[in-house]
Design a protein around this ligand. Sequence first.
Ligand SMILES: [Ca+2]
Length: 119
Amino acid sequence: MAAAIYVNDHLGLDFDDYFPSMIARLGAEGFIMELCNGFRLLMDGDKGLITFESLKRNSFLLGLHDMMDDEIFCMLSEGDLDGDGALNQMEFCVLMVRLSPGLMEDSGSSTQWLQDYLI
Ligand SMILES: [Ca+2]
């Protein structure tokens, strides 16, 4: 499950920066769709946002049994750009891209092309 791999990477487990090769394979648009699929797996279906509760519940469903509460808080606060305590789709995608050193190197304005797709 792709989303599980993203989360695992964020937590520093066997980090393998494969996003650049994913983009090469899928194209930027396909890559964004993959990120959006991951977002939907982790979000709260009613709110349309990734909240602490939805991340905790769905990361467990995805097999991330060892995800600690403080790691979930850390991920949320890292990605929460507008300060509402939850991640919307844009914030989630930006967070994932920021976690990829390869993508950060490729483009100085790492999130600009991403925003072009999402907005
Ligand atoms: Ca937010």
